[in-house]
Design a protein around this ligand. Structure first.
Ligand code: NAP
Ligand code: ZN
Length: 351
């Protein structure tokens, strides 16, 4: 066992505050990582405030983890001490079901999430990356390139894979018109990938002030979704829309922009349901409304390698952990440019 320090939510209402706990001893297949940076996902806020109704406390959030390997178990072949490594949203799964066999561990009925999930190694919950170290099975540990800015790599572990995976699944590429809804952590990565895959990419935003940034990040066009006339100009023209919005909203305004056989994939998980979409809107153009959850380990590695090859990282604001509660408040106001990343070195001040 190794002592760890962290910031934790102790209940849904109080600010996050310092919390000490122990990580398990390094098992034969385990990798111990000194965490250097951890991204701040809107899912951290949803769960710290128990907005999905499944939270256990104390909770150490954080599933966009990068750092250096400090120790490996005797059976570990993928890593050695000193290597860079990453951990995303998953730390375990059953390993035998059809989903695991296909490398889609995120859909395994017994997958274990990086935090707020029953920990198979003790009778507690898993604790995430707002902490100084983590011990993870090598299968769930990702290789990270030395070429990129490490702090800006962290958000790839969730925001990156959650947008890369559906864009790949729906085979987005040249000749496609693709919409990304919401310019936050996920949305800005969605823009970068859709653009890199060669699609004509349109950003839908409720924040007119983000238009210039959107173009820099890869948007060919920006539409203010609150403006019906602007929306009207895009009726029945999209092949695919990736919707990253973290709050309930009218889905029909986007469904009606899809061509016949077009799909809109939801990745945002609001705390309460969207108004029910119109059935007619689906039937008359054979449209699909779908969802997607992060990505499997193999695809996450593929995404990290793609990013290293194409020099893609997240646009971040680096914060000390002492500012996490302010960062949550700013995220609620859609004021994120475009992902907060915690400099874990700052935890030492809290120790
Ligand atoms: P974020 O950084 O807060 O971005 C969300 C964006 O949605 C905002 O920046 C804003 O963009 C837009 N938005 C917010 N409230 C809105 C409203 N009321 N109406 C319309 N647009 C609104 O959040 P994130 O970290 O990208 O996460 C987005 C969602 O995805 C969260 O619900 C999170 O839990 C979920 N998530 C899902 C998965 C998965 O596997 N499916 C993985 C990670 C996260 P504009 O200012 O441009 O309008
Ligand atoms: Zn996330």
């Amino acid at each position: 066992m190794t002592k760890a320090i962290s910031y934790a939510a102790h209940d849904p209402k109080s600010p996050l505050s310092p919390f000490a706990f122990e990580r398990r001893a390094v098992g034969e297949n385990d990798v111990q990582i000194e965490i250097l940076y951890c991204g701040v996902c809107h899912s951290d806020l949803h769960q710290a405030r128990d907005e999905w109704g499944n939270s256990t406390f104390p909770m150490v959030p954080g599933h966009e983890i990068v750092g250096r390997v400090t120790q490996v178990g005797s059976a570990v072949t993928k890593f050695k001490a000193g290597d860079l490594a990453g951990v995303g949203c998953l730390v375990d799964s059953c390993g035998t079901c059809p989903d695991c066999a296909e490398g889609l561990e995120q859909y395994c009925n017994n997958s274990v999430f990086t935090y707020n999930s029953p920990d198979k190694h003790n009778n507690k919950s898993t604790y995430g990356g707002y902490s100084n170290l983590i011990v993870v099975d090598q299968h769930f540990t990702l290789k990270v390139s030395e070429k990129l800015d490490l702090a800006a790599v962290a958000p790839l572990l969730c925001a990156g894979i959650t947008t890369y995976s559906p864009l790949k699944h729906w085979k987005v590429g040249k000749g496609h018109k693709v919409g990304i809804v919401g310019l936050g952590g996920l949305g800005h990565m969605g823009l970068k990938f859709a653009h890199a895959f060669g699609a004509y990419t349109v950003l839908f935003t409720t924040s007119p002030g983000k238009a210039e940034d959107a173009k820099r990040l890869g948007a060919d066009e920006v539409v203010i979704s609150k403006n019906p006339e602007e929306m009207q100009q895009h009726l029945q023209s999209f092949d695919f829309i990736l919707n990253t919005v973290a709050a309930p909203h009218d889905l029909d305004q986007f469904m009606s922009l899809l061509k016949r056989d077009g799909s809109m994939c939801l990745v945002g998980v609001p705390d309460s349901p969207h108004p029910s979409p119109s059935v007619g809107n689906l039937i008359f153009k054979r449209r699909t409304l779908a969802g997607s959850l992060i990505g499997g380990i193999e695809e996450t590695q593929e995404m990290l390698d793609f990013c290293a090859e194409h020099n893609i990282t997240s646009d971040i604001e680096l914060i000390p952990i002492q500012q996490i509660n302010t960062a949550f408040e700013r995220m609620l106001k859609s004021d994120v440019k475009y992902r907060f990343v915690i400099d874990i070195d700052s935890l030492k001040q809290a120790a």
